[in-house]
Design a protein around this ligand. Sequence first.
Ligand code: NAD
Length: 493
Amino acid sequence: MKTLPMFLNGEWIEAGDGATREIFNPSNNQMLAVVTDGGELETEFAIAHARRAFDEGPWPQMRAPERAGYLFKLADLIEKNADALAKIETRNSGKPLREAKFDVADATGCFRYYAGLVTKPLGQTYEVSDPVIQAMVVREPVGVCGQIIPWNYPLLMAAWKLAPGLAAGNCCILKPAETTPLTAIELFKLIAEAGFPPGAAQLVLGSGSTAGYALAASMDVDKIAFTGGTATGRKIMTAATGNIKKVTLELGGKSPCIVFADADFEVALEYAMFAIFAGQGEVCSAGSRLILDKKIADKFLARLAEASAGIVVGDGLDPKTEMGPLITPAHMEKVLGYIEAGRSEGAETICGGHRLTDGALAAGNFIAPTIFVKTQPEMKIVREEIFGPVLAVQLFASEEEAVSLANDTIYGLAAGVFTSDSGKGLRVLKKLRAGITWLNTYHPTFNEAPWGGYKQSGIGRELGTFGLDAYLETKQININLAPARLGWFRSAG
Ligand code: NAD
């Protein structure tokens, strides 16, 4: 099998020491590809080229409409290759094909959105108290940006990072997760085809502790943008202190989905399932805690358990599949460990709670959709991000209790509320300490709207105008319209 290379300074290159990594399909754990495995050396090489490309190269100096042209071209190429990209994403990440298709369309939209946005007004002018000063603000690219992404949305996360970073004129170095580099490699083939100048966008393949850490710690990287676990985010933040890098972090969550008794029963039921079981629960904003009104608990949970048990789990390429496998056998074991912990702490499953091994499923990393009831707020399954298809149900008797349970977490990424009383819905949403909130829906995400968390779910926002802002410096310019002696120092004459 030919080793797939990384993309450094406009060239396809393999790691100097010949190191490689095998890439697997989580539906059957068969090998899909062999990729080169870069380390500190290759990352330093990429950083040096990005530095030169930023300090001397054409990309940051290029006018915004011209840069936008490259992004539009890339978006067209992604669209042209959408079917192939979606299939590769499904094979590598396990997610059902219909989800992978959404991701590819979203990634296309993300490049188009930022191509358009960067040509819109960006600066400001001020009328200040000094009558001879014209004050203004211009926005400039931050510089060399290291972008480190996780395995759950490999192509989409690459787009969320590269689109605003490149649109703003930065030179970007992307490092995908170790397990899911395949769509990033395809994306960089399209970047090469679109003709981006060398060093504007580079792809480093390697582990987090070597290549990722080198990006975070480098004195020549001006900004680090990271999506991944909170523990890794903490390490990256610490590594970034050397040169006081700009840092944006999109981290984990334990997001609540609150269902009031007056909600449309059928709508709330399906969204409660979608909130946790879409993406097999490997979603940072997953609604992994169902905060449910006691008044409807019996009926709601009976239906929820029955419908969740009916979810078709299987290979993502099978059109019947509604939920795929977990990313690796090790991650599956971690999720099974949480299920075990839930039971030993006294919670009870009303659905799932085990690995699926019937027929072809035995070869993959499949876990049945799992729902825990009789939970207590201090249990691990209520407090920690599981990142799998495991839902913890918490019951409430009043609006205040619902809010208090929902906010009782170190995280603050997302939250959903279901009620037919829109006043109550908005009242509750405003009390929730979370960056992304939904009323009578769950999970819709838009390139136009900011994405990011409160508390330990991160720092900064991606997407929307906020996402571009995070890749721009702000420069104040003051122009003296009538230069004259200041008369401050007598010795100056
Ligand atoms: P992870 O933190 O283990 O890895 C993410 C990336 O960081 C990978 O590319 C990895 O190689 C790299 N990395 C690991 N250690 C590093 C280090 N010491 N220095 C630099 N880079 C390092 O996360 P994961 O397991 O791949 O992804 C799952 C996590 O991502 C979950 O916690 C999830 O909530 C989070 N996530 C958050 C969002 C969001 O928008 N908030 C989106 C998707 C995923």
